[in-house]
Design a binder for this molecule. Structure first.
Ligand SMILES: Cc1cc2nc3c(=O)[nH]c(=O)nc-3n(C[C@H](O)[C@H](O)[C@H](O)COP(=O)(O)OP(=O)(O)OC[C@H]3O[C@@H](n4cnc5c(N)ncnc54)[C@H](O)[C@@H]3O)c2cc1C
Length: 509
């Protein structure tokens, strides 16, 4: 019997483990640093907020990072069954066909949109559109579109149409970007993480074992063949190791195991197993929450979606040498209908509805040219890695985000918003009108969507089946293998990666 060790029961890892353990001739052992209990605490299930994204929550790795050399930030990542899908916003949008086709250019035809579409359908149960040719109705991940009856959601869509943007009636279908309902994996208020969706039933299989609260420290090699994993609970041996530790955990583990840039590893005294550009060039979505006052208040405790509607569009900023972004859009404005305090704490303030409330339009740069890096601070696997985003270094990236902020303000200033919009909280007209002032404001308000991808990409580090170059018996299956971050949130793509690499494993590719 072949024994496969899966490191990380996260978004991709849970899907992959469930699929490969369908093969009863395979023994599957999943190692997860966090809890693997299926008894999730209430805040991990409550899809109306993201409480566990706050540093200090036990299900959050909370990595220190620099968004720019001057802007420190704490990066949330799930450390629990389901990984980041257990603590995220629940927005579940497919990568665009153009994103996939760009990955296929780097990795081969397995990653083209046409080749991926059957798996995109198979992984979902789309309650709204599941019977159509583009959608699935019987896969593990539930997909629902948020109701659009909140007054701010109605105003947002009308405002986008007033500014001349198109209506996008299915954000999971090919076509030009526009304004429309956000597909999500939140059902009756419950954020359905991949631990629930894929492993609730599969975990009783005799050939599948989940080992929680167990951290992988190093991959062990015989020459260049991966043979086992040194963990906080001892050494475990297997025929194949699949690393699903996520965009940060995966490069960190590879680097401490001797897979990475030779000079970096040798400087720290780590024996080099394979000289590969791990952690050298990741991409993510810079974002900024534009705070505005809604009067009267629009949020209600009964409403279970925080992010019902989004506008995706093209900034018009050229992308020399890159793909035409007018088809996919390079900016997103995501409407939040929950006050920021509620999103982060899950508790309501005391203010009356007539006082209004502070909400955010989250402006995301979905196709930045700038790249970040993950490197080791030390050879100790328990030390945190160094994460440098280098956001907004490039003039084109600053121009795109300025366009996003100005468009978000323009949406709030339309006739459609006139009954609701009671001013911006912390952006004045003089700053908005001046590129240099606006750049300084953006730096001061900068955040990240926490969509980090590409830290062990297909092409330079792994092949189309996740096999790590220059090694044997070692694969990666998580968002670190994407050559670039998709131009939408990556959660749906993380599940897709688990499915695609599981298929390759079962086919012996
Ligand atoms: C707060 C937050 C909000 C987000 N909101 C959205 C959203 O609304 N929509 C969207 O599309 N995307 C969102 N994202 C991003 C998206 O959730 C992630 O990109 C995606 O889930 C990553 O999947 P993954 O499988 O690559 O990694 P993960 O899901 O992070 O899984 C990695 C797993 O590996 C485990 N692990 C790591 N290191 C080790 C080790 N050494 N030993 C053992 N186990 C280890 C981790 O504990 C974790 O369970 C959000 C992310 C965060 C953090």
């Amino acid at each position: 019997m072949t024994k496969t060790i899966v490191i990380g029961a996260g978004t991709a890892g849970a899907a992959l483990a469930a699929r490969i353990s369908e093969d009863r001739d395979r023994e599957v052992l999943v190692i997860e640093a966090g809890s693997v209990s299926s008894d999730f605490s209430p805040e991990l299930l409550d899809g109306s907020n993201v409480q566990a994204a706050m540093p200090g929550h036990p299900a959050n790795w909370a990595y220190p990072a620099q968004l720019t050399p001057e802007v420190p930030y704490v990066i949330a990542r799930g450390r629990v069954l389901g990984g980041s899908s257990t603590i995220n916003g629940g927005y579940f949008v497919r990568a665009r066909p153009e994103d996939c086709d760009a990955w296929a250019d780097a990795a081969g035809p397995t990653w083209s949109y046409a080749a991926l579409l059957p798996t995109m359908r198979a992984l979902e149960s789309d309650a709204d559109l599941g019977t159509g040719g583009l959608h699935g109705g019987s896969g593990p991940m539930p997909v629902r579109r948020a109701p659009q009856d909140n007054p701010a959601a109605r105003a947002f869509t009308a405002a986008a149409l007033e500014l001349g943007f198109s209506f996008e009636d299915d954000k999971n279908a090919p076509g030009l970007p526009g304004v429309g309902a956000v597909p999500s994996n939140i059902v009756d208020g419950v954020r359905v993480n991949t631990g629930l969706a894929y492993l609730a039933n599969a975990r009783s299989r005799p050939n599948l074992q989940l080992l929680g609260n167990t951290r992988a420290l190093r991959i062990m090699f015989d020459g260049t063949r991966a043979v086992g994993v040194e963990t906080s609970a001892g050494t475990l041996y297997g025929d194949e190791i699949v690393v699903c530790a996520g965009g940060i955990g995966t490069p960190h583990l590879l680097l401490t195991s001797g897979i990475g840039p030779r000079a970096q590893l040798e400087a720290l005294g780590i024996a080099v197993v394979a000289d590969l550009p791990v952690g050298a060039s990741f991409s993510d979505h810079a974002d900024i929450g534009l705070k505005w006052c809604a009067k009267p208040a629009v949020s209600t405790a009964a409403e279970r979606f925080a992010f019902p509607t989004a506008l995706n569009f093209f900034s018009g900023v050229p992308n020399p040498g890159g793909r035409d972004r007018s088809l996919t859009g390079d900016l997103e404005v995501l409407l939040s209908v929950k006050p920021v305090d509620y999103l982060l704490s899950g508790t309501w303030g005391e203010a009356s509805r007539d006082d209004g409330e502070e909400l955010e339009l989250i402006v995301g740069a979905q196709a930045s040219k700038g790249r970040g890096s993950i490197t080791l601070n030390s050879a100790d696997p328990l030390d945190v890695p160094r994460i440098d985003y280098r956001y907004l270094e490039l003039a084109a990236d600053r121009a795109r985000l300025r366009c996003g902020i100005r468009t978000a303000v323009a949406l709030l200033q339309t006739a459609a918003f006139s009954e609701l919009f009671d001013g911006l909280s912390d952006l004045d007209t003089a700053t908005l009108g001046d590129d240099e002032l606006l750049d300084a404001w953006m730096r001061a308000h900068l955040g990240t969507a926490i969509h980090l991808c590409g830290s062990a990409p297909m092409g330079p580090v792994v092949d189309a089946h996740g096999r790590v170059h220059k090694t044997r018996g070692l694969r990666i299956a998580d968002t670190s293998i994407l050559p670039t971050v998709p131009s939408r949130g990556p959660a749906a793509t993380a599940v897709l990666i688990g499915e695609v690499i599981a298929k390759a494993i079962r086919a012996g590719d």
